[in-house]
Ligand binder design. Structure first.
Ligand code: NHO
Length: 367
């Protein structure tokens, strides 16, 4: 039998998107070696203001694809036109959204209802309004299209697939707790290490930014919203009706006085004025023999979700995390007193892209 064609469209070719494209190239070659596997054809790739696509759905060659996209003179298609182009394809289509665009996320129900599957690390669709969440899964259920977003929590770590397996096999998840931000992990592991005294808070933030661990404006990491989005996703997966990532307590580490300063640079310049506050938090934990960490938790039975600073014994798994690693502990009836723990790199292009490529494989298995 001739192998099935599956068309791939990739929106977003930044840090994650570029890594995804090279993993897609690897996967296509691997599948091509087996005549019973589907044959992948990259038919569209776009980023802000640039698009490269083959109107006849002929596969675009992978070599120098990012450069070709940058040099493309094809007229960008509005999103609705892109969706129409994909919906008209003569074979199954998988849309890979490697952006953080809310506009694209808002179109997921439309995309799915047209039978196009979605894989994405974009948190916006799953942590926005509860209505959008419901619309997405209703559209997928009625059309049979797949929607997977492993990398929206913990990058390539098997967090969402593990949680789904726990729920679908009848375990009862009572509590989820962890460090969900690579940036926050790095900051606290160096500000309040389990051994030694660590640096000043503002100096650690500046260092993290220099090393490329923070968003261009570090306030986008320090406000806790990224972690709140991830908690919203996990809470919904265990069945809690969380309305939005701002509908539960989220502690921001941005001093009130610096919330409205104009730029990230000015923020960093003035941050040393507020070091005393963070130092006090660190010392009060030290007095109890503990260290402070920025964590998120979901108490399923009590329906309580929260994000913020907490103290942990130095021997606790959360305290002894290294670098910018994430750790997610699932407390369940089946696992009893010792939680199921997922730990490892939770940020970065390659590992995030791996979660996306893994999701693509999951869709291929259903096609
Ligand atoms: P970039 O590098 O900004 O790339 C975005 C691309 O999308 C660009 O090519 C841009 O042109 C394109 N784009 C944006 N809007 C578009 C539109 N409307 N139409 C067409 N193209 C558009 O962003 P990244 O880093 O590649 O991230 C891509 C997605 O992956 C985002 O949704 C991001 O949230 C998600 N993601 C990234 C990471 C990561 O490590 N980079 C992680 C998870 C998800 O686990 C990671 C994480 O959470 C990191 C976090 N900061 C932490 O824990 O500290």
């Amino acid at each position: 039998p001739t192998p099935k064609d599956v068309y791939i469209a990739v929106i977003g070719a930044g840090g994650v998107g570029k890594c995804f494209l090279s993993q897609l190239e690897f996967l296509s070659k691997r599948l091509a070696a087996n005549s019973s596997s589907p044959r992948l054809s990259l038919v569209l790739i776009s980023r802000s203001k640039k698009i490269l696509y083959s109107p006849q759905y002929a596969p675009l060659p992978f070599d120098n694809i990012s450069t070709k996209l940058a040099d493309s003179t094809q007229q960008p298609l509005p999103l609705t036109k892109t969706i129409e182009f994909l919906a008209a394809a003569p074979s199954k289509v998988i849309l890979v959204d490697n952006t953080s665009s809310q506009d694209i996320a808002d179109q997921y129900p439309n995309v799915l209802s047209r039978g196009i599957s979605i894989v994405t690390p974009n948190k916006k669709a799953f942590s926005g309004s509860y209505q959008l969440w419901q619309d997405i899964f209703a559209a997928a259920a009625s059309s049979g299209a797949g929607v997977y977003h492993e990398s929206s929590v913990g990058a390539g770590l098997p967090v969402i697939s593990t949680l789904k397996d726990l729920v679908d096999t009848g375990d009862s998840v009572t509590r989820i707790e962890g460090v969900f931000s690579g940036t926050m992990s790095f900051l606290f592991n160096s500000f309040a290490p389990t051994e030694g005294s660590g640096g000043k808070w503002s100096a650690e933030v500046a260092k993290a930014k220099e090393l490329g661990y923070t968003e261009p404006d570090p306030r986008d990491d320090l406000n806790g919203l990224d972690v709140a989005r991830k908690l919203t996703i996990l809470a919904r997966l265990v069945g809690l009706q969380v309305e939005s990532p701002t509908s539960f307590p989220v502690q921001s580490l941005i001093p009130k006085e610096l919330e409205s300063v104009a730029s990230g640079d000015e923020f960093l310049q003035r941050l040393p004025e507020f070091d005393a506050q963070m130092e006090e938090t660190k010392i009060s934990a030290e007095k109890e023999g503990k260290v402070v960490r920025f964590v998120g938790s979901i108490d399923v039975e009590k329906n309580v979700v929260k994000v913020g600073l907490e103290k942990f014994d130095r021997s606790h798994a959360i305290a002894s995390l290294k670098g910018s690693d994430n750790i997610i502990s699932f407390y369940t009836k089946r696992y009893g007193a010792n939680p199921l723990i997922v730990q490892g790199a939770g940020a970065g292009g390659e590992v995030t892209a791996m979660g996306v490529t893994g999701d693509l494989l999951r869709v291929l298995q259903r096609i």
